[in-house]
Design a protein around this ligand. Structure first.
Ligand SMILES: Nc1ncnc2c1ncn2[C@@H]1O[C@H](COP(=O)(O)OP(=O)(O)OP(=O)(O)O)[C@@H](O)[C@H]1O
Ligand SMILES: [Mg+2]
Length: 457
């Protein structure tokens, strides 16, 4: 036997270049927002963020300033303590011994470091907090990534310096010497606009509770998630407790699940591909983990569409919104992916929820089929439904939708054909207007030929 050992400890490069690869800039920035949100929840006393949560978060503010040469995020959410920083905040991965923060979004112990490394090479984390002796204390952790990388011998530790107080207790993360990709993204107004829209959507439950999030000094208004309700049209709201099948105490594995689903808008009148409809964008399934939307308007197999006994999404189903909220004291029990941009479809918690989600989706699918046979009647009923916020949906085990009396109608033939645009326009002109929609030109030519060849026989 030789007395060599095989070295297995990780390299710094692994953390700087590998773990930053499979995540978008948007999701990295979300990791930093999540940390601030967790700070606010901690300051508020850690309540589950579900639809019944009535916490007032209006005194908390998270401000992001981004340009092609600098990124910063500053919060007044209480700050991290010197002990937090020294013990665990800067280590890669959560320590097994670290007790979790109840109802947090943070779970893996990687988000802040991954975000900072993805964004740039000069990082400064500063925190002001009230220490146990009631004094305000501030420290900073400056990281020069290039210098840190140049020495792959452990020590891995970062120095902690004294620093000037922030205006309020909270954390500030500043990243400079941006990576080339970060310069391109953050310097693009389109990127910033998309980020603003995503924040409005994915933090809508927190924004609804008054939390202030700003990008480049502009306050972000939360996107309301709403459903429709009338005597005939009633959204479902159901909840149950589940437990992650894993080691650990039942207490640590418990997850509360709430499912809300129904009609958010009437389905489109026509599903012809050339018919303009308002857009299918906001519809589909939403998944929320401890208050944060991790999957939005999903129409893919992740939320079940196109899997066994469940058809693929079709524009006919436009108008449906379903929301499934998973809330757990121990965030490790949530069906989250590490980037927090989707769900872990192998989680027994999610598989259980998906069975109920299927039932809701199928009721909607059946309704969109039935209404085709008496559209006028269906539309009259749909028009009567009022808009309500998801917070106001009452408990009801299944979606209720109108019974549409079936009108006897002839089977219909759908026709698709293509002809040169120039000829189509000439014919439209012949029918009286060169602007006439192609569909109408088609119908008119059918009627013209029908009158001539069939009715005049
Ligand atoms: N804005 C902040 N306010 C207070 N504490 C913070 C803040 N940002 C980071 N921290 C502290 O740093 C720790 C590490 O953050 P990091 O994002 O790396 O991991 P995490 O949030 O624990 O887990 P995840 O990888 O799932 O995000 C947090 O657990 C928290 O204690
Ligand atoms: Mg985090």
């Amino acid at each position: 036997m030789n007395n060599k050992t095989a070295k297995a400890y990780p390299t710094k490069t692994f953390f700087v270049t590998m773990i930053t690869r499979d995540i978008t800039f948007e999701d990295c920035i979300f990791d930093l927002i999540d940390n601030s949100v967790d700070g606010a929840s901690r300051s508020e006393g850690k309540h589950p963020i579900n639809l019944d949560n009535r916490a007032d978060l209006s005194k908390y503010r998270i401000s992001i300033v981004a340009s092609s040469d600098k990124f910063s995020i500053t919060d007044n959410c209480g700050g991290m303590t010197l002990n937090d920083a020294a013990d665990h905040a800067f280590s890669f991965g959560r320590r097994a011994s670290k007790a979790y923060d109840a109802y947090s979004i943070g779970v893996y112990g990687i988000g802040m470091k991954r975000a900072a490394f993805k964004l740039g090479r000069r990082i400064n984390v500063r925190s002001t907090f009230t220490d146990t002796d009631d004094s305000r204390t501030t420290f900073a952790v400056p990281i020069d990534v290039t210098e840190w990388l140049s020495n792959d011998d452990p020590l891995w530790d970062f120095d902690i310096d004294d620093a000037e107080h922030l205006d309020e207790n909270g954390v500030e993360v500043v990243v400079q010497k941006l990576t080339r990709e970060a310069q391109t993204a953050l310097g693009n107004p389109g990127f910033i606009e998309n980020l603003r829209r995503m924040i409005a959507r994915d933090y809508s439950l927190y924004l609804k509770r008054g939390l202030n999030i700003l990008i480049n000094n502009q306050v972000i208004k939360g996107m309301p998630i709403e459903l429709r309700k009338s005597d005939d049209i009633v959204p479902m709201r159901d909840n149950y407790e589940d437990e992650l099948e894993d080691e650990g105490s039942p207490e640590d594995n418990r997850v509360s699940v709430e499912i809300i689903a129904g009609m958010a808008a009437p389905p489109p009148e026509s599903t012809e591909p050339d018919e303009k409809i308002d857009g299918e964008k906001g519809f589909g399934w939403y998944v929320v983990c401890n208050g944060r939307i991790v999957l939005a308007a999903d129409k893919s197999a992740v939320s079940g569409w196109g899997t066994s006994d469940w058809p693929q999404w079709h524009r006919q189903y436009t108008g449906f919104i379903g929301i499934v909220l998973f809330t757990a004291s121990n965030a490790a029990a949530l069906p989250l992916t590490t980037t927090k941009r989707s769900v872990d479809v192998s989680s027994n918690i999610f598989i259980g929820a998906r069975l109920r989600m299927r039932d809701a989706s199928k009721r909607w699918i059946a309704y969109t089929n039935a209404r085709k046979y008496n559209l006028a009647n269906a539309k009259k009923k749909e028009d009567k439904a009022a808009v309500i916020s998801i917070q106001n949906v009452e408990n009801q085990p299944t979606i209720q939708l109108p019974m549409i009396p079936k009108k006897r109608i002839e089977r219909r033939a759908n026709v698709h054909y293509s002809v040169p645009v120039s000829k189509m326009k000439q014919l439209a002109k012949g029918f009286g207007s060169i602007q006439m929609p192609y569909r109408e030109v088609g119908l008119k030519s059918f009627e013209y030929a029908y009158e001539d060849l069939v009715e005049d026989e």
